[in-house]
Design a binder for this molecule. Structure first.
Ligand SMILES: Cc1cc2nc3c(=O)[nH]c(=O)nc-3n(C[C@H](O)[C@H](O)[C@H](O)COP(=O)(O)O)c2cc1C
Length: 133
């Protein structure tokens, strides 16, 4: 079964943020490719937003690592569970940052706020799909 995870988190410290991104991506792309996982990571102003998808067992393994990773905290999961098809099939882990596309502008233009976690999550999902297109 194919499953996914969508979450937002805070990077540990602005000083390390972009260097952490490089390190995370190098390991993530290698491990994801090996396990058949795909997805997209956006990093901006100390915030991570990530969609990760693939076979459920492999996904759960990597999600356990991500949840325990000291390079971020305050993890908010918006959705997790079965999906019918991959949303980011060609990306071992795509990446964008605020310089290419400001997430906060995107959210503000749509009047989205985090009170309604479901709506907020679906807006983040749309943003990541646009970045990957
Ligand atoms: C924001 C964030 C996103 C991450 N995304 C992935 C990912 O997509 N795939 C992955 O294998 N590791 C990812 N990692 C790194 C894992 O937490 C972990 O360091 C890595 O998978 C190696 O795991 P291990 O130390 O248990 O072998 C991410 C870490 C952070 C902080």
């Amino acid at each position: 079964m194919l499953a996914h995870l969508l979450y937002r988190s805070s990077g540990r410290d602005n000083l390390f943020f972009y260097r952490d991104c490089d390190d995370i991506l190098a390991v993530a792309r290698e491990r994801n490719a090996r396990l058949g996982l795909t997805g997209f990571l956006h990093a901006e102003d100390g915030i991570f937003v990530q969609w990760l998808e693939g076979p459920e067992n492999a996904l759960n393994q990597v999600v356990d690592s991500i949840m325990e990773d000291a390079r971020h905290r305050d993890i908010t999961v918006f959705s997790r569970g079965a999906i019918e098809e991959r949303q980011f099939p060609v990306w071992a882990m795509g990446f964008s940052d605020g310089s290419q596309a400001p997430l906060f502008d995107f959210l503000a233009e749509r009047g989205t706020n985090s009170h309604d976690l479901r709506a907020f999550g679906s807006c983040l999902h749309r943003f990541l799909l646009l970045r990957a297109a």
